[in-house]
Ligand binder design. Structure first.
Ligand code: NAD
Length: 312
């Protein structure tokens, strides 16, 4: 699982693409076995509102992933001007649909729509993204439940690469409900000592340099450079950005057309392990969505619960 990066780099790449494939293979097998007993496959409904081009790509990737492992997709698209009431009606009808095990609201939703309100209308037992208030509460209390996909994917990637967290100093950059906050809770539950940085944090460099484990989810291209990272830190880059004109990147980075919040070329000389962009956290996010959905399906259909170890 640990791949030697380019010879010039000191770091090992945390290969999310490979782990995602391994987990997908396992899910596909469980779905094939369970579908015979349950009489139906798992179902996932992804709700997309508005025309954000990145969301369109993400939703399409999620639907392709469903079809790879035998999850039935119940996608719904709503134009930007759809009212909250119409969206709540759509969610309620998916809550009642016995073929749907998981519901995901693709974020961000257009301005003016209250995403927290919509998320809390998803039934907690169908909450494929683990963002319902009840499921965030379960995370805080250490109870089992669907987990927020991106941080759950990060935890799986760290575990698979035998990166121990117990007693380690972790810093999470970002405090969103989608990534930063659940990430910090998961690291803390794994007995790491966690600090959270955000847009109002003073002296970011002082804080991030203390991190043995640094998870960056700020949504700012290349915000973390060599000066932010201590020698041999493990660095996880959640950020993902399309490279446009004006982004200052080396030729090898620019060829990838995507970059993260971390300046890969700089940090790869310092970190002991690092996630690439693309191919690090992104594929794990999709896979953990499939894991949440398949586990919910096993629960709804009274099947043996064989996948609990996949979630933190
Ligand atoms: P967000 O905008 O909701 O939150 C960003 C957080 O970063 C905020 O809490 C903010 O306080 C903090 N922040 C912003 N600027 C900062 C700075 N200069 N210093 C310190 N903190 C700062 O974003 P999000 O939804 O949490 O996503 C973060 C990034 O991760 C985005 O690039 C997003 O595209 C990406 N993302 C990737 C995946 C994936 O699967 N790879 C999944 C979700 C999000």
């Amino acid at each position: 699982m640990l791949l030697r990066a380019h010879d010039l780099y000191m770091t090992f790449l945390l290969n999310g693409r490979q782990l995602a494939k391994e987990i997908e293979d396992r899910l596909r097998d469980e779905i094939a076995i369970g579908t015979e007993k349950a009489g139906r496959p798992p179902g996932l409904a992804v709700i997309r509102v508005g025309d954000d081009p990145a969301s369109e790509v993400y939703v399409s990737n999620k639907e392709k992933a469903c079809s790879r492992i035998g999850v039935e997709s119940f996608g719904s698209y709503f134009p930007e001007k759809t009212s909250e009431v119409e969206l709540i009606d759509a969610i309620e009808s998916l809550n009642k649909n016995d073929l749907v095990d998981g519901i995901l609201l693709q974020l961000p939703v257009p301005q003016g729509i209250d995403e927290g309100l919509l998320l809390d209308h998803i039934h907690p037992d169908k909450d494929a993204d683990g963002l319902h208030t009840v499921n965030l509460g379960k995370l805080i209390k250490g109870e089992k439940g669907p987990r927020s996909c991106t941080p759950a994917g990060v935890m799986a990637l760290l575990a698979r690469n035998n990166i121990s967290l117990k007693g380690k100093r972790s810093v999470v950059v970002g405090r969103s409900i989608l990534v930063g906050k659940p990430m910090a809770l998961m690291l803390q539950a794994a007995n790491s000592t966690v600090s959270v940085a955000h847009s109002e944090t003073r002296d970011l460099i002082d804080l991030t340099r203390q991190a043995e484990i640094l998870v960056v989810a700020a949504g700012c291209p290349l915000i973390i450079g060599a000066e932010h990272v201590q020698k041999n830190a493990v660095v996880v880059d959640v950020g993902i950005h399309r490279i446009g004109n004006g982004t200052s990147l080396s030729k090898s980075q620019a060829q990838k057309k995507l970059c993260g919040d971390v300046n890969f070329d700089e940090v790869a000389h310092i970190a002991s392990a690092l996630t690439p962009v693309p191919g690090g956290v992104g594929p794990m996010t999709v896979t953990m969505l499939l894991a949440n959905t398949t586990i919910l399906w096993q629960e709804h259909c009274g099947l043996s619960l064989t996948l609990g170890d996949l979630l933190p």
